[in-house]
Design a protein around this ligand. Sequence first.
Ligand code: SAM
Ligand code: SF4
Length: 352
Amino acid sequence: MTASGARSRTDRRQARPLTPLLIDSFGRVARDLRVSLTEKCSLRCTYCMPEEGLPPIPDAARMTTDEVVRLVGLAHRELGVHEVRFTGGEPLMRQDLERIIAGTRAQCPDLPIAMTSNGVGLEHRIGGLVEAGLDRVNISLDTVNRAEFAELTRRDRLPSVLRGVRAAVAAGLDPVKVNAVPMRATLHGAPDLLAWALAEGVQLRFIEEMPLDADNTWSRVEMVTAQEVLDSLSTRYELIPAGRDDPSAPAELWEVAGHFVDGRPATVGVIATVTRNFCAACDRTRLTAEGTVRSCLFSDDETDVLGVLRSGAPDSEIADVWRGAMWGKQAGHGIGGTAFHRPKRSMGAIGG
Ligand code: SAM
Ligand code: SF4
């Protein structure tokens, strides 16, 4: 139990107010569910995965199609979750992704269903995914320089990602967002990445690198800050502060003067995960591919709801275990503080 410090899980359970929602002891309510579907990936981004990939999860330990659908369904019906995002690892590595999305859509007709993907091979799947009920996609892309992409991801797959982005736009998904993690070696290409995003009509958002790489090389001194990204973009573009989409949205937006997408001013976002902590507004709850609830990216505390499901428990009991797990959510990540400990699992293993 690492999440709370002084109070035990039992104490927190007793103090938890009677509400069906996923409330934590700091009064935050989690409504945004991230589900990691797999540890497998077609890329090996240096800030995320080790070169050899993550240790394989035994097939029997990974959530099945039906288990994912049941857990997402009960989170929506019983726990007040109002958006689900499938992630990983790389969700496209699951051949049953279309069935997972279709099953979720059948159970939850009004639930927005999103996916975060590296875009490799997306062009071949996007039609089926949209037909199954996918509403939104975020595609991760850090550079449009092919050699730098190959260096950063350890795979020469940039053309496939670019085709994937185009296919997502052509499939009518709106907005298509592109997430970039700025690294020292690619920072100089940030204006080129924005130029490409403006030309493709997608929303670009930079996200500061967090200490969640498997190789344990992250350093606060070396990491590229949101301010450095803005400085780099400002060498080519005039940026006008545009606030946030909503108060809990972590991205601070800037309008790109003189540029428009579908008649609206084009924007670029910066998420200062490290330098401007927004944990106080966090509304996330996470399921790992093994079906454990993780209340925070940075807490090693995980609660096995898949085990409860597999023991034959009804939805109401699984929901209660999930509520208990979220009640213990820690206040924030504390990166930079003396008490900060890197979590044991890296981003690709937790689900970004
Ligand atoms: N494979 C998919 C992808 O890359 O979009 C989904 C999983 S990936 C772990 C989800 C997001 O986490 C990606 O946008 C990726 O760039 C981001 N990410 C991975 N490691 C990170 C780190 N150390 N700091 C910040 N973001 C990271
Ligand atoms: Fe794979 Fe996504 Fe991690 Fe890159 S960020 S290694 S694409 S899981």
